[in-house]
Design a protein around this ligand. Structure first.
Ligand code: ZN
Length: 677
């Protein structure tokens, strides 16, 4: 059970993966550690019971205590935490356990060609060497994992359990037992979506059984479980997990992962805790600590996402916390602490929702891996980036979730079944707007033709050109877009509009598809062949649909060509002429609005990442003031007062025709404004 209300939670996740050849814990002092944590405003800590190397840090009969540790480090920490206002969560590594994999190579998960799963490539190309076990393979859970966790929970006063590596790497597992179970269920193991749903179901069974065993020992403990559910499975966590955690170290997952995943998983109705990191790169990047400005930005993203705050650390093998790291964490958590009452757990407003397909793996190990020309994550992140930069209030949903109160849906996929078709057509008929790019046009299966007709297209097929041009035809999309043929570096669909659709922009192709046999200068050649629509609109009932035939969200994410953002912003404004927020803020100034305790709260996050070389990482090292900013926010009732609860300052405002208007002074970090009605 949590001692701390979620909305006030500031957790530290203390990684401690330590190989057997290293001495452990020589400088460990539980009292000193918790003094440091509490001085840094930490009120939740995840502490290592058992690590990826497979060693335990408590006195265990069921596992193997770390050979370089000669006392009960976990036990001392648990005893100290019990007397303090700090949640103490026991960490267990599930599918990665080198000790178990050494003893039982026959329990290791397999790739399709029979190789053991022992390699994970990170974004920067570095490789993790852990072997991944498969809980379907052999009596791993019964013989080791269940007794091990139960021994720890019975022996120590812990408030919860954190299970890491509860999942599978992409393209696994093809072990005989997984194959047998899939055969029995009629699942084709080579069908990526079906396979990932099967993996998700395996972990669901694990989670349900773990919760059952935890309840039998001490009811109501916290349970956090990573790599848990694919998109479309998030509701299954209810009654099993206590809270979701969104692990999103920017280096591994990018800056959009936290806002996207927080919005999505919060639909399960459980609290959500963010995990960013103190590291420059990824977990275990010893010798690095982000700047205080970057830490505040990372925590600011958790606040604007409306979730509880968390930071990942990795303890030195000698068992001490690095004081310089806790200086930065303290500055970050002091910053969070005064803002959390207005931000964490907020009910975000939404006018547009990005719809993700069910069955796609949602964990950070695969997010954005970009293995195919049109990865769903690229479309999703491109659309999220656009909504943030254009200051629309956005949400992330899967096809089973409700569309209540939305003005627009951006569909990031082309998986159209009868249920979704019916739901989205009813939404549009009743006045909603639907926006899709190339990624959403070519549905597979029996509804393909009806889907095209619904979108206002006569014919559509992937173009052989790897990129194509658009030239704007309609005045409503012209503003700010260079009046020329603009190239989108992404695949496109060659389409013809149906009789009831209106063409708003036209596609142009270069004279050839570049090859060694036929090439035109350095790149794709200039626009020379006029083709079908690049953007077209069709009315359906009281609503309308806009189709972009190019993979324009992906192009925007991957190239940052300003014309794409301007075009798409013009498209969204055409679909949503009265957005919740109207502002002169630049795109790097994120704005979210939500409801908290009867008031409306606006959060602003100026976010300037420094990246002056293409192979450099986007770091945030300086406070850059942006503003003053004019804001006009739609409110349902007269606004009585506008104030900043952190500074106490009241801002002059006007309320006219359903909008409150005020000026936010220049800011260089996350700011909160309360609008009382
Ligand atoms: Zn398996």
């Amino acid at each position: 059970m949590s001692k701390i209300p979620y909305n006030d939670l500031r957790q530290v996740h203390l990684d401690f993966h330590t190989p057997g050849f290293v001495k452990v814990g020589g400088k460990f002092d539980a009292k000193e550690m918790f003094d440091t944590l509490e001085a840094s405003e930490v009120n939740g800590v995840c502490f290592f019971a058992t690590c990826h190397h497979g060693y335990s840090y408590f006195n265990t009969r069921t596992g193997l205590r770390h050979p370089g540790l000669d006392f009960d480090m976990f036990g001392q920490a648990a005893a100290e935490a019990a007397s303090r206002p700090v949640d103490f969560i026991a960490y267990f590594s599930l599918n990665v356990n080198e000790v178990v994999a050494d003893r039982h190579p026959e329990w290791v998960a397999l790739f399709e060609d029979g190789r053991p799963v022992d390699s994970q490539i990170l974004q920067d190309g570095s490789e993790l060497y852990w072997r991944w076990l498969c809980p379907n393979r052999g009596p791993f859970l019964e013989e080791f994992f269940w007794p091990h966790v139960e021994e720890c929970l019975r022996g120590y006063p812990v408030d919860g359990v954190f299970i890491d590596m509860a999942g599978y790497l992409p393209a696994s597992c093809f072990c005989p037992e997984c194959l047998r179970q899939m055969r029995e269920l009629g699942i084709d193991p080579s069908d990526e979506t079906a396979h990932s749903m099967f993996n998700s179901e395996t972990m669901q069974k694990f989670a349900v059984e773990l919760r059952r065993r935890m309840q039998a020992i001490r009811p109501g403990m916290r349970l956090e479980l990573g790599c848990y559910n694919a998109f479309g499975q998030v509701q299954k966590a209810r009654g099993v997990l206590s809270d979701f955690y969104v692990e999103s170290l920017a280096f591994q997952a990018g800056w959009f992962n936290c806002p996207v995943m927080s919005r999505y998983v919060s639909h399960a109705g459980l609290p959500v805790v963010g995990y960013t990191g103190r590291f420059l790169k990824n977990w275990g990047d010893f010798g690095t600590v982000v700047s205080a400005q970057q830490m505040k930005t990372q925590l600011g993203i958790q606040l604007t996402s409306g979730i509880a705050c968390g930071v990942g650390d990795h303890m030195h093998s000698d068992g001490r916390l690095e004081p310089a790291v806790y200086e930065v964490i303290r500055e970050g958590f002091q910053f969070s602490k005064v803002r959390q009452p207005y931000c964490t757990g907020i009910e975000r407003l939404r006018e547009v929702a990005l719809c993700v397909p069910a069955g796609v793996e949602s964990n950070t190990a695969v997010a954005g891996k970009n293995t195919t020309a049109l990865d769903v994550w690229d479309t999703l992140y491109g659309a999220a980036k656009l909504c943030m930069e254009s200051h629309f209030q956005w949400d992330v949903i899967d096809p089973a979730m409700d569309l209540d109160g939305l003005d627009c849906v951006i569909q990031c996929h082309a998986r159209v079944d009868a249920e979704w078709f019916e739901k989205i057509s009813a939404f549009v008929e009743n006045g909603g707007a639907l926006l899709l790019d190339a990624a959403g046009l070519l549905a597979a299966g029996p509804l393909a033709a009806r889907w095209l007709e619904f979108l206002g297209l006569d014919t559509a097929a992937w173009s052989e050109h790897p990129g194509s041009y658009y030239r704007v035809l309609d005045a409503s999309l012209e503003a700010g877009v260079p009046p020329m043929a603009n190239y989108a570096h992404a695949p496109s669909v060659a389409a013809r509009t149906g009789p009831d659709a209106q063409e708003l922009a036209r596609t142009w192709y270069p004279p050839c598809v570049r090859s060694r046999e036929a090439f035109y200068g350095h790149f794709h050649g200039c626009e020379s062949e006029e083709a079908g629509p690049a953007v077209c609109e069709v009315a359906r009932g009281r609503g309308r649909i806009i189709v972009c035939t190019q993979a324009i969200f992906t192009a925007w994410l991957q190239t940052g060509y300003h014309a794409h953002r301007t075009l798409l912003t013009n498209v969204l404004r055409r679909l949503m002429p009265e957005p919740i927020v109207i502002t002169d803020a630049p795109g790097i100034f994120e704005i979210t609005v939500g409801k908290m305790d009867g008031a409306y709260v606006l959060q602003a996050l100026p976010f300037v990442a420094d990246r002056r070389h293409r192979f450099s990482f986007e770091s945030v090292n300086e406070a850059v003031p942006i503003g003053p900013t004019r804001l006009a926010v739609r409110l349902p009732a007269t606004c009585l007062r506008v104030w900043n609860p952190v500074t106490g300052e009241t801002l002059a405002h006007e309320y006219l025709e359903g909008r409150v208007t005020f000026t936010l002074p220049a800011i260089s970090e996350h700011a909160v404004v309360v609008m009382e009605i």
